[in-house]
Design a protein around this ligand. Structure first.
Ligand code: ACO
Length: 334
């Protein structure tokens, strides 16, 4: 329960220019557009090139959100970055963004909750503002999966893409709370289903290095089974907690990991197509950036009209998952 109400002020995004289509992937993998499209809904993904990385995308997304909110970097009190494969563990991506946007007054730190990262960040941001000590909180989700997938593992690498997205929260001066509810979950007992380790090497005086580069590994079937068993209940619980029913929701903005999972949620909620935001065909799974990027694009393309009530949901490595219900105010991001 919030002590101070929260306003969602703006949303930003950054997407790499380079696009890799499913047909492009057939040059390096035994795969096909048909297999990838029918199993996942993905047609292409954007990937980093040159000096681009999770930090550069995070900075770009943060700058756009500042611009849209009509704020300066120095107005920001806290920066929370959700990044599961950052450019550097330290300095944190949040500290790098702080420097780049001139947020000299901000406390800055990273969190890791994989694809659920932006929902976790939303809960942290809301709590920090609610407590009354901080006013403007910048949330950034950024991941460059293309640098960490094993490009020989066709069951995993075809699923992912790179992107960043950002949200600025502030204390609502009109008393209206834009965050109606957030429910988060974690279950480390099934963590082995998706892994990316930073195992490092022991001291060479102890034993010689045995490690190759760290890569994402995933048991896709198990992840799929886990998600279809847990996410619908999490969504219904979140709605229940805020005394809403599916019919009260204007749009579903789900994590873009597999179109079949999105379709299942849509059927469970009995939503028509125009209430569900889908951009997995263009971007693949962009991890923590996935939900806010879809939200941004829903607003940008006019598919999401404001004011509206939106259900967000996500799942990811950990495993982590969750759902949130938010209000989008009239004219948000215009
Ligand atoms: N192209 C062609 N064939 C392929 C490919 C490919 N890219 N990948 C796998 N195959 C083959 C397999 O080798 C297998 O062949 P076999 O039957 O001869 O052994 C066959 O296709 C079927 O493979 P399955 O793994 O059974 O395929 P499935 O229908 O389960 O789909 C998928 C796989 C798309 C990965 C699905 O399980 C899925 O989407 N799981 C959820 C994954 C997910 O959402 N991850 C996000 C986690 S979020 C985060 O935090 C990272």
């Amino acid at each position: 329960m919030s002590f101070k109400p929260i306003q969602i002020l703006s949303i930003g995004k950054a997407v790499p220019k380079a696009v890799i289509t499913n047909d492009d992937l057939t040059k390096i993998l035994d795969t096909s557009d048909e297999w990838i499209s029918t199993r996942t809904g993905i047609k292409q993904r954007h990937v980093a090139s040159g000096d681009e990385n999770a930090t550069t995308f995070g900075i770009e997304a943060a700058k756009e959100a500042l611009l849209k909110a009509n704020l300066k970097g120095s107005d920001i009190d806290v920066i929370v970055v959700a990044a599961s494969n950052p450019f550097s563990v330290y300095p944190s991506t949040a500290c790098c963004i702080q420097e780049a946007i001139g947020a000299k007054n901000a406390v800055a730190f990273d969190i890791t909750a994989a694809c659920t990262g932006m929902l976790y960040a939303l809960e942290i941001g809301r709590s920090l503002i609610s407590g009354g000590k901080y006013k403007n909180v910048l949330l950034v989700a950024t991941d460059t999966n293309s640098k960490f997938v094993d490009w020989k593992d066709r069951a995993t690498c075809v699923l992912f893409g790179d992107a960043a997205a950002s949200i600025i929260l502030t204390e609502a001066s009109d008393g209206v709370d834009d965050i109606l509810g957030i429910n988060l979950y974690s279950d480390g007992s099934v963590g082995k289903n998706i892994e990316m380790n930073f195992k490092g090497d022991n001291c060479p005086l102890v034993e010689p290095s045995t490690l190759g580069k760290n890569k994402i590994t995933m048991n896709g079937k198990e992840v799929y089974k886990f998600v279809v068993q847990t996410l619908p209940d999490a969504i219904m619980k979140c709605l229940d907690d805020v005394n809403l029913q599916p019919k009260d929701i204007d749009y579903l903005v789900p994590h873009q990991a597999n179109y079949r999972i999105i379709e299942g949620l849509q059927h469970r909620l009995e939503f028509l197509d125009d209430k569900v935001i889908v951009n997995i065909d263009k971007y693949g799974n962009t991890s923590a950036a996935s939900v806010p990027l879809a939200l941004y694009e829903g607003l940008e393309t006019g598919k999401i009209k404001t004011p509206s009530k939106v259900l967000l949901c996500a799942f990811g490595a950990g495993m982590t998952w969750g759902a949130a219900v938010v209000n989008l105010r009239e004219g948000l991001n215009k």
